[in-house]
Design a protein around this ligand. Sequence first.
Ligand SMILES: [Ca+2]
Length: 461
Amino acid sequence: MRLCYEGLLDTEYDMTYAFRLNASAVSLSLLIAGCATPPAPPAQVGRAVTQEHRTAPGALPDQQAFQSWLADFRAEAARKGISEPTLVASLDSITPTPRVVELDRKQPEFTQTFWKYLVSAVSEARVRDGSARLKENRDLLARLEAKYGVPGRVLVAFWGLETNYGRNIGSFKVPTALATLAFDGRRSTFFRTELFDALTIIDRGHIAIDKMVGSWAGAIGQTQFMPSTFLRHAVDESGDGRIDVWEQTTDALGSGANYLKNLGWDSKRSWGREVRLPQNFDLTLASLDSGAAETLKPLNAWALLGITRADGQPLPKQDVSAALILPSGRNGPAFLVYDNFRIILKWNRSISYALAIGLLSDRISGAPVLVAVRNSDDPLSRDQVVQLQATLKKFGHLKAEPDGTLGSVTRRALRQYQAACKLPADGYADQKTVAFLAVASEQGIPCAGQNQGVALRDARQ
Ligand SMILES: [Ca+2]
């Protein structure tokens, strides 16, 4: 499973990070798992001493170096107060897991488009299941909403996307997976800290060592918290003295609610809504960054610009600040998103994920499907993205080196290019965009595609 949110994350690095962490072992091919706490960017991690441990592609990790690394880690863990029984049970006789390294290194061959992601993430089966879970857990969810201010439908949506309602909590042994990643060197500091935190969770008696399982990246329980998130935000909602987010749904949902409350969830608002744009709308007003906050405006200001609800009815008259996002470009659905949308992004920094949470929470509580009709969204290959980036760089719109990853930096460069060529400037890259830029690159003339791409331009307006 590889996720590439085409043009939906903040920086090029965020995208890579989201791929890797999200490429965990949950069974649904496009389901996200385990992003409750983003790892630090690479610049902050990977001590020089660990770099030499990096395993060559296809090779098995160096066992001798690993055991030496482990001895060092174990001594530090003991100094930090982790008990001997926990150290013995968690670390003695473990070996690095090649599969974890493989999943961490995997590069997506194609970008993942919003529609494809959405069809899988908010499938009819998941909507049906979610509605049933909402009913089954009505009393618990009402209690959690009263206590934490987070609606049950939102908690159930996170539960559904993270682990398919607790079905796919992952089967990797968490200490082993985290030790493998900490040793491997790419994000050593981050995973080393997570490993200490995982051992602390075991040491505190929340979970038996043989049940400390999770995603390949160490995300745990029914809401896939990283161990550090668990230690800061998980709660013993069931009141039995243990925080068991693996088997106690009450603890898992209570912990999710507490985390969202701590992140700043606004109990009085929803996440946002699908909207309709008027003809000839100024597309540069749509946000391209992963915080979806570049062009915040009050709802009534958006209404004055001609935006309506998706069914054409006027927007509600509320004093809410909203940003506009077009996850599939100008031919796809449009959304106005509120502050709670940015709270979802703190859980997982993918706009596709955040929209899926919002839409799933709506659907399971009876809302209809999107009004927008799925547009053509053939995914781009990494090679196509590299070519597109190289052309944008050639014409001075992009400074960074092409890396095959579509992030907000590339989208802003593309928007600048589109504006310069008098094309609709939505910053969205699709197959037609690639074709347009290929003509420009071939001829060495930035907007040469206009001569050969009249149909393209017409089709896009
Ligand atoms: Ca409990």
